[in-house]
Ligand binder design. Structure first.
Ligand SMILES: Cc1ncc(COP(=O)(O)OP(=O)(O)O)c(N)n1
Ligand SMILES: Cc1nc(C(=O)O)sc1CCOP(=O)(O)O
Ligand SMILES: [Mg+2]
Length: 219
């Protein structure tokens, strides 16, 4: 299998839903199913924070979510846990600046999708050099979903990176909702990545649909 092409990656990043068991108000498998019905384009399994599943329970939960994604043609990305991604034969891995080195992860996962978090130009350039398929840039707005999140930088960080010639597929993250997704896309993001806007919504289906409408109408 060859590396994903940039243009295909950009399309996949449009509405990127991230979720773990601790983020959901409803049954997580139902939340993911509704989000897919609503039109999400990519999914990341992020099992983190107080009360997160570990060991066999984490593996089994991930496998169930992966099965839903497989049936619906949504690529399944694993956050942080490269060994889990390999054990499940996931479609890819997302790592941050405090995780395993991106070059080593690229070697381990071969042609699978590699996403790397970047907060500034230096980190973005290093991620590209290490073989990232996309970068996640955030937090754009304040977020309650990541305990160790950095200070929000606003959509300006995306405009700045694009202005400096960073043309890798780029997804914005942190505090993004259907209300502010338009300005994030206008700043030059290929897509938006969200946890709470979908996972905490009374209707994950409607929440996903609203994001999809905003992002795709912005093309
Ligand atoms: C799409 C996307 N962008 C950024 C992140 C954050 O990754 P990281 O900085 O490693 O933080 P954790 O998510 O591991 O807490 C992400 N997960 N996805
Ligand atoms: C997982 C994550 N990473 C971030 C970063 O800045 O790198 S912000 C974040 C949490 C995003 O959740 P919500 O959509 O609920 O704000
Ligand atoms: Mg991480």
């Amino acid at each position: 299998m060859a590396r994903i092409a940039s243009e295909a990656m950009r399309e996949r990043l449009k509405v990127y839903f991230i979720m773990g068991s601790t983020n959901c108000k409803k049954q997580p498998l139902e939340v993911l199913t509704e989000a897919i019905d609503g039109g999400i384009t990519l999914f990341q399994f992020r099992e983190k924070g107080s009360g997160a599943l570990v060991g066999e329970q984490k593996y089994e939960f991930a496998r169930q979510l992966q099965n839903i994604c497989k049936k619906r043609g949504i690529p399944f990305i694993v956050n942080d846990d490269v060994e889990l991604a390999l054990a499940l034969d996931a479609d890819g891995v997302h790592i941050g600046q405090d995780d395993e080195d991106a070059r080593i992860v690229r070697e381990k996962i071969g042609d699978k999708i590699l996403g790397v978090s970047a907060h500034n130009l230096k980190e973005a350039q290093a991620a590209i050099a290490a073989g990232a398929d996309y970068i996640g840039v955030g937090p754009i707005y304040p977020t309650k979903s990541k305990e160790d999140a950095k200070k929000a930088q606003g959509p300006e960080i995306i405009r700045f990176l694009r202005g400096q010639g960073v043309d890798i597929p780029l997804v914005a993250i942190g505090g993004i909702t259907a209300e502010n997704a338009g300005e994030v896309m206008n700043a030059g993001a290929d897509g938006v990545s969200v946890i709470s806007a979908i996972a905490s919504a009374a209707s994950p289906f409607l929440a996903a649909k609203q994001l999809v409408q905003t992002v795709f109408n912005n093309d």
